[in-house]
Design a protein around this ligand. Sequence first.
Ligand code: HEC
Length: 180
Amino acid sequence: MRRYRKIYGDKLEACSLINAIATYEQSLTTVNSPFDRFLAGDKNAISLQAREGYQIFKSYGCTACHQSANVGGNMYQKMGVMADYFEERGTPITKANLGRYNVTHDDYNKFTFKVPSLRLVVLNAPYFHDGSVSSLEQAINKMARYQLGREISAEDVQKVIAFLKTLVGEHKELTQPAAE
Ligand code: HEC
């Protein structure tokens, strides 16, 4: 809040908040990652384990939702397509869990969220909109179960993580220090 005031003044205004969030999101842009170099033709830019992880990521069907250059970020999907995530989580459902419904008030959008980009996912625990999962291993296990209706072996999870690590590239310098 102190840093916000320094830039935008004392008033909390929608346009200032949007500007602050958009500037933060721009700082998340990552370019020239090992995976980008791999796709550009440098076959040795990523390890064999990461290459296998990429194949697993595609063959399990993760790419049905986590797509294109940002490996996500271009569609909304239900959390719990194949099994009831919220029932099995075991904690009461909150307004935030209704996701996009809070914007559209259309029943169809209940429990629907923007598919997140996985570009910086290895740096960004905890996971999911409810922050309920602290490890990437668990997040991937839950994705396999709730979004694809299948189990994933511990070995395959490690390979997928090796792949996800290759998505992190160079970042634009933050023009403002990160919020406290
Ligand atoms: C049917 C669409 C769909 C499929 C298939 C899918 N995901 Fe997701 N993924 C989502 C959605 C939606 C979220 C956000 C859920 C939330 O915020 O509660 C998400 C979140 C994640 C997260 C947490 C990201 C974060 O920053 O919190 C990871 C990691 C992830 N997915 C990996 C995978 C992997 C690996 C696979 C394949 C095994 C996969 N996903 C398959 C839709 C999908």
